[in-house]
Design a binder for this molecule. Structure first.
Ligand code: HEC
Ligand code: HEC
Ligand code: HEC
Ligand code: HEC
Ligand code: HEC
Length: 373
């Protein structure tokens, strides 16, 4: 195991060095190396340690067939060169081993998402509501099942008729974050037809909104301001176990399987080996506490153990200090402020509508009963 790892690391260092040379060649105009560096395996498998968490989460995501560069670089020569050049420091610090763990976000020089995501998605072509059914299980003997449904008003539509959640991308919504993580928003400006701005401010942070800061730091809201975890989705063991139970990958009739899985994987283990050891102990649990289940259901138990090991792989990243809590997800408002960075917080600045807060009515974005509308 250790030997294997060392060999990998040597290979990695070698390839990264080759990559650095590749950049120089790229600047001169080398072509095949560019293609090599663009390949998903360069980013993921070779940056085995640094980007291992992102690569792993990506492989389990809906975008597992989309190359890293489709989102991180997009098409067009200018961005290619720019992103490769800004990647040089990363390559050298990777060789030296003194990079940040975890890798900090937001990614500063990500190409505007409208130019990458929209190569494949046309949210303005979508209209209507999206039904999300969530099945969860209690940590009791029978793994009691509970089904929740929520309907999201995703909406969409081209500029004038755009509505609901995807209205933000048909409109031009500018905002001013005052912290690095873009969690504190002091100002929002929505462009109107005349090219003017309808402005909103956070009453507690008006002092931070200076013309200079606006000129330098304001951002045009794009896909990634909400979908910042579009593909590197670090789900918790709880979510993953629920999904596996719902999909039948783990047999939900095994007594206490939810509780046992959760106890083995949350809090995160200091190493994958330790996670595996804990998961393997399930066999002993059934043998001693449920001998009959153990006799009759060996196959289901083995399958559950295998699936829990897969979940361990998706949640155990001690080297990069990444857990499911590391990265903020802006797509909701439960674990982090998300939509509520603006909604229910910022107030209209114009004289005639002074004091009107950006709507945070619970029915604005979703509803929970199918017949209600
Ligand atoms: C579907 C689009 C998409 C694909 C494909 C994609 N990424 Fe990302 N990546 C993103 C977005 C969006 C962010 C988050 C940006 C932010 O929060 O600022 C991100 C962030 C990252 C980060 C910063 C750490 C983090 O977790 O936010 C790393 C490292 C990364 N990606 C590596 C990769 C690698 C390696 C691949 C290919 C194996 C890849 N990405 C494929 C969209 C993508
Ligand atoms: C090269 C094409 C491509 C690019 C670029 C791309 N996507 Fe996707 N995306 C897809 C495909 C294909 C799916 C559907 C996968 C499936 O259902 O199996 C998808 C699915 C999604 C979903 C739905 C996931 C779900 O749970 O239903 C979201 C949200 C999404 N993409 C957002 C984004 C965002 C945001 C970006 C830019 C950062 C992006 N995509 C870039 C191809 C792409
Ligand atoms: C204001 C926040 C916000 C912005 C900006 C935004 N989205 Fe979404 N989007 C959402 C929410 C919320 C959902 C529903 C979430 C869910 O349950 O999956 C969604 C759903 C989606 C889906 C899934 C729809 C389906 O039919 O499965 C796709 C694809 C998507 N968005 C792509 C994009 C792309 C591409 C952009 C940028 C052009 C974008 N979104 C911008 C909030 C946003
Ligand atoms: C950067 C600030 C900001 C963030 C973050 C934000 N919004 Fe908004 N949102 C606005 C503004 C501004 C409006 C327009 C308010 C108005 O016209 O009164 C708006 C309007 C809306 C509307 C009504 C659109 C219509 O039909 O007119 C919905 C629905 C909505 N947002 C959902 C969301 C969701 C869901 C999220 C999080 C995933 C989110 N917003 C995040 C600023 C934001
Ligand atoms: C600005 C838009 C917006 C508003 C206003 C809003 N929500 Fe949400 N809410 C969302 C989004 C987006 C999600 C995430 C949906 C997803 O992940 O599929 C969400 C998720 C939820 C969830 C599910 C959490 C989970 O993980 O199961 C609950 C419960 C919820 N909201 C309750 C409320 C309540 C109560 C209010 C009123 C105080 C409210 N929401 C107002 C956008 C909004």
């Amino acid at each position: 195991m250790q030997m294997n790892y060392r060999r990998h690391r040597e290979k990695l260092l070698f390839l990264m060095f080759a990559g650095a040379i590749g950049i120089i060649l790229l600047v001169i105009g080398g072509y095949q190396l560019i293609e090599f560096m663009d390949s998903t395996s360069f980013c993921g498998r070779l940056c085995h340690e640094v980007m291992y968490p992102e690569y792993t989460a990506y492989q389990a995501s809906p975008h597992s067939r989309v190359a890293c560069t489709e989102c991180h670089v997009g098409s067009g020569a200018d961005y290619l060169v720019k992103s490769k050049i800004s990647g040089i420091p990363l390559i050298f610090t990777t060789i030296a081993g003194n990079y940040d763990r975890p890798i900090p976000t937001p990614v500063e020089n990500l190409r505007p998402a409208r130019e990458t995501c929209e190569q494949c998605h046309r949210p303005e072509r979508f209209a209507g509501d999206l039904v999300r059914v969530h099945t969860t299980y209690a940590a009791d003997e029978t793994n009691t099942e509970k089904v929740d449904t929520r309907i999201l008003r995703v909406g969409g539509g081209e500029s004038e008729v755009a509505q609901d959640i995807h209205w933000h991308i048909a409109a031009k919504v500018w905002y001013l974050p005052i912290d690095k993580k873009r969690q504190e928003i002091a100002w929002v400006g929505v462009e109107d037809e005349a090219g003017g701005l309808i402005e909103y401010v956070d009453p507690d942070k008006v002092a931070e909104v200076t013309p200079q800061r606006l000129a330098e730091k304001k951002r045009l809201m794009d896909c990634v301001d909400c979908h910042n975890r579009a593909t590197h989705i670090f789900r918790s063991p709880e979510e993953l176990i629920d999904m596996a139970l719902a999909q039948g990958k783990i047999d939900k009739t095994l007594p206490y399987i939810k509780k046992l899985g959760l106890e083995a994987l949350d809090p995160p283990n200091p190493s994958l080996e330790q996670a595996f050891t804990k998961v393997e102990a399930l066999e002993e649990f059934y043998r001693t506490s449920y001998p009959q289940v153990y006799q009759e259901r060996r196959e289901a138990i083995d399958k559950a153990i295998e699936e829990l090991k897969e979940i361990a792989r998706l949640t155990t990243f001690p080297k990069m200090k990444v857990t499911w809590k590391t990265y903020i997800d802006n797509l909701g408002h439960q674990e982090s402020p998300g939509c509520f960075r603006c909604h229910g917080k910022l107030v209209a600045a114009a004289d005639d509508q002074e004091g009107e807060v950006i709507d945070a009515d619970c029915q604005l974005c979703h509803y929970f009963e199918l017949q209600q509308k």
